[in-house]
Design a protein around this ligand. Structure first.
Ligand SMILES: NC(=O)c1ccc[n+]([C@@H]2O[C@H](COP(=O)([O-])OP(=O)(O)OC[C@H]3O[C@@H](n4cnc5c(N)ncnc54)[C@H](OP(=O)(O)O)[C@@H]3O)[C@@H](O)[C@H]2O)c1
Length: 292
């Protein structure tokens, strides 16, 4: 099929960690891409072939130009919750299918069953999608591998000890590139429409083991020191919302001594095994040595 015969996919959150990679994977597949951005200057960070629309999820009518003629929509929600229902209704009025970046809040593993305001929001959006009657695929990644950059790169770049709570808490970090590849596949093919997938990496690793894997990628040992939850709360004050910090601490506390939940969804959908955290660390080693 000639590229112009393929209907466009609209990517929200196109400047974010997940959405930006989804844009690239869709372009790789020859799919015309529309990107929703809220700051016009962000257009410069996107490939030239992307059709850019300015709009804001907190102003549902602002999405209409981007939605007109779009076939499927990648929905990432980090905005306040108030307009989510109206946005989903608008998606359903214009587009055929939505792929939602959600979380594994239905998975009966202690890590995913702690109080979590993001999970409540995701559950609401899933209900809005079901009520609107639009076709959908729900993607539920566990911990993104790239959280390691946010969490540990500043100390590692500065050559400091990594001080962190619950070093023994286990997770199966999923490579952001695998999430994006799955999202792109589900957006441009209908094979997985109606599907609901928990996406994880291939193995359970403690947080201390993840830091050590970054050290292996850098060819040096990184010292890890356990920090108390209260010290972590104080350190995070002003840089992360208190509810997010409490959610992380509760999830890590529940995950000590519990092997992480691991699925085969990435391999089932892509036909290739998920990347390991070691692979992610090796491919992102520069980001732990150079300023972003
Ligand atoms: N991190 C994890 O381990 C993890 C695990 C499972 C699920 N998740 C879920 O993944 C999602 C976050 O994905 P991400 O890491 O790719 O997000 P991200 O990097 O924080 O990016 C958020 C994107 O949303 C855009 N955005 C924010 N508010 C907007 C608004 N009002 N209107 C339009 N666009 C708006 C941002 O645009 P700007 O560039 O303009 O800010 C940005 O492109 C969340 O729902 C989170 O719960 C995360």
């Amino acid at each position: 099929m000639h590229q112009t015969d393929i209907p466009p996919v609209l990517v929200t959150g196109a400047t974010g960690r997940g959405g930006r990679l989804v844009v690239d994977r869709l372009l790789d597949a020859g799919v015309p891409v529309r990107a929703l951005i809220r700051r016009p200057e962000a257009a410069a960070t996107l490939p030239a072939e992307v059709e850019v629309f300015t709009g804001d999820l907190t102003a549902p009518a602002s999405l209409d130009p981007a939605l007109r003629g779009a076939d499927s929509v990648f929905l990432v929600w980090t905005a306040p919750p108030q307009t989510a229902e109206a946005v989903v209704e608008r998606l359903a009025a214009h587009a055929r299918k939505v792929v939602l970046l959600s979380s594994p809040h239905r998975t009966p593993h202690p890590f995913f069953q702690q109080p979590n305001p993001m999970a409540a929001l995701h559950a609401d959006i899933e209900r809005f999608i079901a009520a609107a009657g639009i076709e959908s695929t729900v993607l539920r990644p566990g911990m993104f591998a790239s959280n390691a950059l946010t969490w540990w790169a500043p100390a590692i770049r500065a050559g400091e000890v990594v001080r962190w709570p619950y070093g023994a808490a286990e997770a199966a970090p999923v490579d952001d590139r695998d999430i994006a590849a799955v999202a792109a596949r589900t957006l441009h093919s209908d094979e997985h429409t109606g599907g609901d997938y928990v996406l994880t990496g291939p193995e359970s690793l403690t947080q201390a083991q993840q830091v050590a894997a970054v050290g292996d990628a850098l060819g040096r040992r990184i010292a890890f020191e356990e920090m108390t939850p209260d010290a972590f709360r104080s350190l995070s004050a002003g840089t992360a919302p208190g509810a997010v910090v409490d959610m992380l601490l509760a999830a890590w506390s529940a995950a000590v001594g519990q092997p992480a939940y691991v699925t085969t969804a990435v391999a089932d959908i892509l036909g290739t095994p998920p990347r390991t955290f070691r692979q992610w660390a090796a491919d992102h080693a520069d980001a732990f040595t150079e300023s972003p």
